[in-house]
Design a protein around this ligand. Structure first.
Ligand SMILES: [Mn+2]
Length: 347
C-alpha cells in the first residue's frame, strides 16, 4: 500500500470513529460547484452513511449552471439543498470539500465552526484550526482523496458512485492533462472500468440552449492579446461557470499561453485564469491580478477569483479588466504593452 493510501486509511478511520454517534452532518462545497466538488461531497455523504450510519446533507451557494454538470446531477441523482434555505444550527458536524473556510469561494459564514476540511487547494491558516483536515495540494482532484477513502475502507463502488468520481477526475484534470498526479491517474484508470459510459457520453454531450453560443461570439469580440496573454470580458453572464468554460476554449489558440476571463453574474465579478504552462502558479497569479479588488485562488494551471460586489456600468467592468490585466502582466514579468483586439474591426 502506498504512503498516500496509508494516510487515507488512517485519517478516514479516525474520522469515522470520531463522527459516530454525532447528529446531523452538513457537507458544504464551493459556490456554483463543479463536478469535483459535487463528487467529493457525494462520496463523503456515502462514506458517512456506510461507515457511521449517519445521514448528511449536501449544500452550496449559487447554482449549477454548466450544462454538463446539470446532466451529471440529474442522471446520477446528486441531491442537494440550497445553503440559504438551511438553519445551520440544525447541524452538529460541518464538513467542507473542495474549498476551505474563508477561501472566498464559498458562502458558509466565516464566523461558524467547521469540523472537517477535505481539499486539494493550498492549505489555509483557518483550515489548520479545524478539528479535522486533509488537504493535499499535490492531488489533481478532491474526488481522488475520497476515492482513496472508499478504497481503503473496502466500500463497494456502485456504477453510480464510480461514474460520479470518474467524471470528476476526468473533467478536473482534463483527462489527466492538467494538474494531475499519480494518485489521480490510479483513480481515473480504476474508475473508468466501473463507470457507465452511456451516462458519461450524455454528460460530455449535454444539449445547450441557443443563447449559449452567443457567449463564444462575445468572448471573441471582447478578447485582447497582450503578447502571449489573452484577456476577454464577457460582461453580464447568465451563470458564473461561463468564464472558465470560455477561458478553456480560448487557451487552445496558438501563441497564447495564458487566458484571463472576466464577467459579472448577480452583481458579483467572476474571474478565471488558465494556462498551458505546466510549471505556472495560477493561484498566486490570480491573487496578484486581483490585489485588493477581491479574493482568488487555485492550482498550477487553473485559478478562479471573485469581486464581491462588483457594481457599476460597462465602463466599471472595463476598468476592472484594465487593472487586473496590468497586474497580471506585471506578475508575469511582461512589458505593459498596449493590447490589440483579437478580431479585426472590434473595439
Ligand atoms: Mn477541485
Amino acid at each position: 500500500m502506498s504512503i498516500d493510501l496509508v494516510r487515507s486509511r488512517e485519517f478516514s478511520s479516525q474520522l469515522f470513529d470520531w463522527v459516530r454517534g454525532k447528529g446531523r452532518i452538513l457537507i458544504v462545497t464551493h459556490d456554483n460547484p463543479d463536478p469535483d466538488a459535487l463528487a467529493a461531497a457525494f462520496a463523503l455523504r456515502h462514506l458517512f452513511e456506510v461507515k457511521a450510519g449517519l445521514d448528511a446533507t449536501i449544500t452550496f451557494g449559487g447554482v449549477i449552471g454548466r450544462a454538463e454538470n446539470r446532466v451529471m446531477v440529474e442522471q446520477l441523482e446528486i441531491k442537494s439543498v440550497p445553503l440559504h434555505s438551511l438553519d445551520l444550527d440544525d447541524f452538529c458536524v460541518i464538513c467542507m470539500v473542495d474549498t476551505q473556510p474563508g477561501a472566498g469561494n464559498n458562502s458558509f459564514p466565516v464566523d461558524r465552526e467547521v469540523h472537517l476540511v477535505i481539499d486539494h487547494h493550498p492549505l489555509r491558516a483557518e483550515t489548520q484550526r479545524c478539528r479535522w483536515f486533509d488537504v493535499r495540494e499535490d492531488y489533481g482532484a478532491s474526488a481522488t482523496i475520497l476515492y482513496e477513502y472508499l478504497l481503503c475502507n473496502d466500500v463497494y463502488f456502485s456504477t453510480k458512485l464510480a461514474t460520479i468520481l470518474f467524471y470528476a477526475v476526468k473533467s478536473e484534470t482534463q483527462d489527466l492533462g492538467r494538474d494531475w498526479g499519480m494518485a489521480d491517474r490510479a483513480a481515473y484508470l480504476n474508475l473508468l472500468q466501473l463507470s457507465n459510459n452511456r451516462i458519461l457520453f450524455n454528460i460530455t454531450h449535454a444539449k445547450v440552449p441557443a443563447d449559449y453560443f452567443s457567449l463564444f461570439g462575445r468572448a471573441l469580440e471582447n478578447a485582447r492579446l497582450y503578447d502571449n496573454v489573452l484577456v476577454f470580458n464577457l460582461y453580464e453572464i447568465p451563470t458564473p461557470e461561463c468564464v472558465a468554460e470560455m477561458a478553456d476554449w480560448l487557451l487552445r489558440m496558438q501563441g497564447v499561453d495564458y487566458v484571463l476571463g472576466i464577467g459579472r453574474c448577480g452583481g458579483r465579478g467572476v474571474l478565471s485564469l488558465r494556462t498551458s504552462a505546466q510549471d505556472a502558479m495560477c493561484g498566486s497569479l490570480m491573487r496578484s491580478a486581483l490585489g485588493d479588488l477581491g479574493t482568488g485562488g487555485g492550482h498550477g494551471m487553473t485559478a478562479g477569483g471573485q469581486i464581491d460586489p462588483l457594481i457599476g456600468d460597462r465602463v466599471a467592468l472595463q476598468r476592472v479588466e484594465q487593472t487586473v490585466t496590468q497586474r497580471l502582466l506585471q506578475a508575469l514579468d511582461r512589458p505593459l504593452v498596449e493590447g490589440r483586439s483579437l478580431v479585426a474591426g472590434a473595439a
